[in-house]
Design a protein around this ligand. Structure first.
Ligand code: OAD
Length: 254
């Protein structure tokens, strides 16, 4: 099938669905100017070692380095705005929930761009860098109340603060993961968008949805390890494909 034909078939499936689940990764924010992780040349992990920057042991070893890195990444994200792919997902949520369809967006992204675009039903699997957390009391503090005048970052009472993200070597928040897996297991249509599909547990979602009988869709310019579990593949960027898909769904009766 050509891409336009696949878009048409997928739009029909989504328009008829009672439950839709979407998983997103760094590719969705690429067209906003956020770097992805694993792409050769531009990916963050082609320049930096994740075990030195995104592992709980790295933070224990060198909290200053890790905190500075997350602060730098947030400063870059602050210059980025949601792109047409983020906005199409937010509109899709409004359209589908308005028709009585259950809709869940699980994201591995920590940049908050889905919410900025208007998405409300967002499950942040890897946390967010828009809040920091006290390592002693677990209190969450929004960025504008975090004191970044020195690193590592400290709370008013002197405790060590950390970004509110999930690092390698840590468990995903149990409740968020449970809700995401439930949505994936019970949906009629599952879409995996802009993720390389190598980081677990999200890497297993497409297979989980397929084995539960959902129509599975991959939107990504490249093939990935989960492509085999995707019934439909649309090989384009999310900022191009998602608005096309939305436009077709909106034009169809539920
Ligand atoms: P990756 O960098 O591993 O994968 C990004 C994917 O997006 C690739 O498959 C690209 O082909 C695709 N892509 C690039 N540009 C795109 C575009 N404009 N539209 C659609 N797709 C595009 O990022 P993730 O899969 O999100 O975790 O990585 C998963 C996790 O690994 C991250 O959450 C992060 C990282 O290490 C932690 O740091 C814990």
């Amino acid at each position: 099938m050509s891409d336009p034909e696949t878009v048409e078939v997928v739009a029909e499936r989504v328009a008829r669905a009672s439950r839709v689940a979407v998983l997103t990764g760094a590719g969705v924010s690429a067209e906003s100017g956020m770097a992805t992780f694993r792409e050769p040349q531009h990916g963050l992990w082609s320049k930096y070692d994740p075990m030195e920057l995104a592992h709980i042991d790295a933070f224990r070893r060198d909290p200053e380095l890790v905190s500075r890195w997350y602060h730098w990444r947030f400063s870059q994200a602050a210059e980025c705005a949601p792109n047409p792919g983020h906005r199409a997902l937010a509109d899709l949520e409004r359209v589908l929930t308005g028709r009585g369809c259950d809709f869940v967006l699980a994201t591995q992204n920590i940049d908050g761009l889905h919410q900025q675009a208007g998405s409300e039903r967002v499950l942040e699997l890897h946390g967010t860098f828009l809040t920091w957390r006290c390592t002693e009391t677990a209190e969450r503090v929004p960025l504008d109340r975090v004191d970044f005048s020195s690193f590592p970052v400290r709370s008013a009472s002197g405790s060590l603060m950390r970004p509110d993200v999930v690092w390698f070597g840590e468990q995903l928040p149990a409740d968020v993961l449970r809700r995401a897996e439930e949505a994936v297991r019970s949906c009629d249509v599952f879409m995996t968008v802009g993720t390389s599909g190598v980081v677990w547990p999200a890497a297993g979602f497409c297979e989980l949805a397929a084995s539960a009988g959902a129509a599975t869709v991959e939107i990504n310019p490249e093939e990935t390890p989960v492509s085999g579990a995707a019934q439909f593949a649309i090989r384009g960027t999310s900022a191009r494909v998602l608005p096309m898909l939305l436009e077709r769904i909106v034009s169809m009766d539920s």
